[in-house]
Write a protein that binds this ligand. Structure first.
Ligand code: FA5
Length: 355
């Protein structure tokens, strides 16, 4: 047994001289000093020995183990140090080399348009607000002079919020996905901070889908209320916006219309950005406008009943409101030639990366 221990020690120290890298060194450690290594195997014979021999051989075994561990540690430290030096010479990086740029994204076309619209109205003193996009029927319809069963509501093709097939209802009526941003009108008046110059931009929803309609779209709602606001102010604000947003070459017309919540009411039309007013595109009828003009959106002087719903006296205060679609407004720019607005929400990078 003593001889065997000596042999193990000599073999290990000899093998240690020949080992050339840290992987080989680790193999050697496992072979001799590991839990199932040669030294452990040999020491397993101890219990079967006579007690006095056992003590002597046990002591010798421990000495051999210490010797091997010490020799191993010395060689291992020296080897690590020299491998570090070698690694530093081969694995270096050139810190002056230009980096690889990660692909950069950009804001969605609609977000860019929202930013531009808000900036233009900000210059006229309009403050950006955000009223709920899930709201009570009261704010979406009733407070806007459209009583519960009024047929005008049908035009808004509204989605209602339901719970297991039952439409949710509370003290202000049913809950709707707002079909227009006009729900912000009475909500803004209820803040009781006058004068009002609000621009409410939000998502709106309707059961519609074709080349010029998407089920989810954005509207921006302007509301100006003060003493002595007239239709001249409305016209001035529109002129400024259209010139700033579309450029001086585009034409605008005001067309009489009817909304329950404005009186008088009108629609603002602008020459189409795809066919530039001709009504034709690549020899065919323009898919967007069909006649040269596109509707930018509705507007009018706030109806006295709406002012009353907002707690304001129509004999003291007056104002105008307008609500336009962001997507349509943007597509009407002549440098954005899109003949189907649904492409905006298809998330096709080949399209989105162009802008
Ligand atoms: C309204 O929604 C009124 N609330 C506008 C208004 C506000 C009038 C304040 C008076 C005073 P209208 O339903 O016409 O009106 O919609 C306004 C604009 O939203 C449209 O001209 C169009 O630009 C846009 N729009 C409507 N439906 C869609 C749709 N499904 N997809 C994309 N844009 C749409």
């Amino acid at each position: 047994m003593k001889n065997d221990l000596d042999n193990i020690k000599n073999e290990f120290l000899k093998a240690l001289e020949d080992v050339s890298d840290s992987l080989g060194l680790e193999d050697l450690r496992v072979e001799y000093l590991g839990r199932k290594g040669k030294l452990s195997q040999l020491m397993k014979q101890l219990p079967s020995m006579a007690e006095d021999v056992r003590r002597e051989v046990g002591q010798l075994g421990n000495d051999v183990k210490k010797t091997l561990e010490l020799a191993f540690t010395e060689v291992s430290s020296a080897m690590n140090a020299s491998e570090d030096v070698a690694r530093q010479q081969t694995d270096w990086i050139d810190v002056t080399q230009p980096g690889v740029r990660p692909p950069g994204g950009h804001l969605h076309l609609v977000t860019q348009a929202i930013d531009e619209v808000s900036t233009i109205f900000k210059r006229l003193g309009f403050v950006s607000t955000r009223h709920p996009e899930v709201d009570w029927d009261y704010y979406a319809f009733e407070s806007l002079n459209m009583p519960k069963t009024h047929p005008a509501r049908d035009e808004w093709e509204t989605f209602f919020i339901g719970d297991g097939g039952t439409v949710q209802e509370g003290k202000k009526g049913k809950v709707v996905l707002t079909p227009h941003t006009s729900n912000g009108q009475v909500r803004e008046m209820e803040k009781k901070q006058l004068p009002i110059r609000m621009i409410n931009i939000n998502k709106t929803y309707r059961r519609q889908s074709d080349a010029s309609h998407t089920p989810m779209f954005h509207q921006f709602e302007g509301l100006m209320i003060d003493k002595g606001v007239t239709i001249t102010h409305l016209k001035g604000v529109f002129d400024y916006f259209v010139k700033e947003f579309f450029g001086p070459e585009r034409e605008v017309r005001l067309r009489p219309f009817h909304f329950r919540f404005t009186e008088p009411s009108m629609e603002l039309d602008i020459t189409c950005g795809v066919c530039l007013g001709s009504g034709e595109n690549e020899g065919m009828k323009c898919k967007i406008c069909k006649e040269g003009w596109v509707e930018l959106g509705g507007a009018g002087m706030v109806h006295p009943n709406v002012l009353r719903a907002g707690g304001l006296d129509p004999d003291v205060y007056s104002g105008f409101a307008f609500g336009w679609g962001v997507e349509r407004t943007m597509v009407m720019k002549s440098d954005i030639n899109i003949d189907d607005i649904r492409v905006l929400y298809r998330n096709d990078l080949r399209f989105l990366e162009q802008f």
